[in-house]
Write a protein that binds this ligand. Structure first.
Ligand code: ATP
Ligand code: MG
Length: 344
């Protein structure tokens, strides 16, 4: 397996170093993998003038997977928009056609106090949100703000074609097959035609997955159910905008952003794997950032792009062991646990 490693900026450099150390350990245990480094974001702007330079494009396209730290920082916020680090991130997602965003929300028992909900509601929580990433109202045309009849009018268009729905549907059904065979599709079909089509297509492809139980929920109800009884969900599939909102909501059930990995996949399970958090300029360079979100992202990489469930499970078990041993970075530290740095 060929991996393109992009440490990026800020704490990205520190947390990627630890994820690579974990991968190296698996490598010395027989896992076949090659890692090549490239620049994305602010560091790339500094050395080449572009946030997603050609050399990085070449490596990323040729790799089976991309492992990313984080990009951005105050230093580059003064640049014109096309040169900002965030454009590098959008650029690589688009370039690699990463349409499926997978965000697990898992509550580790040791971190039960970090959740914003009561322990009895969240204990044992383990859900996966599958968000479509390249369509929906974010990209639909026509769009814009215009003056019509002397008034300003803002307009966006919610569009999905059936192929786009089908391909994210297949990713979600396959994920459900690997887990507890329960898939909840979230839409707003009572008022939005786009999502009526969404529901119709989900039902059509469900016949190809007879072992998966498909249910449907309106997005407003889902937002409520996620805080009322989140454990009723296993895999949730939804469009770009609903997924944006629901995955942020779900992430808070688990406590710290420093614990949350993500995967963004293309049609062939090539993917980019990164923590859900940003470059955390406030703690960059201090060696205190939590590397677990990135290490868990590496586990997702082995699971989805490497097709190596066993190696992924080994990494996840190691993370549980570290938490069980009472070791905590500052973001998840509490009374009675041992505060450690990124490297430890
Ligand atoms: P972006 O726009 O890139 O997502 P952001 O403004 O949302 O960035 P983050 O970089 O995600 O911000 O940081 C938000 C807060 O969470 C900061 O206070 C940061 O220090 C903290 N934080 C983020 N990631 C970690 C981590 N891995 N370990 C510890 N603290 C973290
Ligand atoms: Mg953010």
């Amino acid at each position: 397996m060929k991996i393109c490693v992009l440490p990026g900026d800020g704490i990205g450099v520190e947390i990627i170093a630890e994820a690579v150390r974990v991968l190296d350990a698996l490598k010395s245990d027989g896992l076949k993998m090659e890692m090549e480094y490239a620049e994305l974001g602010g560091c790339a702007v500094d050395s080449t003038g572009s946030p997603y330079p050609e050399a990085t494009q070449k490596l990323a396209r040729a790799a089976d997977a991309v492992l990313l730290g984080a990009v951005g920082g105050p230093k580059w916020d003064v640049l014109p928009r096309p040169q900002r680090p965030e454009r590098g991130l959008l650029g690589i997602r688009k370039d690699l056609n990463l349409f499926a965003n997978l965000r697990p929300a898992v509550l580790y028992p040791e971190l039960a106090n970090a959740s914003s909900l009561k322990p009895e509601i969240v204990s044992g929580l383990d859900i996966l949100i599958v968000r479509e990433l390249t369509g929906d109202i974010y990209f639909g045309e026509p769009r814009g703000i215009a003056v019509e009849d002397g008034k300003r009018v803002g307009r966006n268009t919610m569009i999905y074609n059936e192929d786009e729905i089908r391909r994210i549907g297949h990713v979600a059904f396959k994920s459900a097959q690997k887990r507890n065979k329960k898939l909840c599709s979230v839409d707003k079909m009572n008022v939005l035609e786009t999502t009526q089509l969404w529901r119709d297509v989900m039902i059509e492809i469900s016949s190809e997955y007879p072992d998966v139980e498909l249910s449907h929920m309106l997005v407003d109800n889902c937002a409520m159910q996620l805080v009322r009884a989140p454990k009723q969900f296993d895999v949730v599939v939804t469009g770009n905008m609903f997924g944006d909102i629901l995955s942020d909501e779900a992430s808070m059930l688990t406590g710290s952003i420093g614990m949350l990995p993500s995967a963004s996949l293309d049609q062939n399970n090539k993917g980019m794997y990164e923590p859900c958090h940003g470059s955390a300029p406030d703690i960059a360079g201090k060696g205190v950032a939590n590397p677990l979100a990135t290490i868990l992202s590496a586990a997702m990489m082995l699971r989805y792009s490497g097709n190596n469930e066993a190696a992924a499970v080994r990494i996840e078990a190691a993370v549980k062991k570290v938490l069980a041993a009472g070791l905590r970075t500052g973001d998840i530290w509490e009374e009675g646990t041992k505060r450690v740095g990124t490297r430890e």
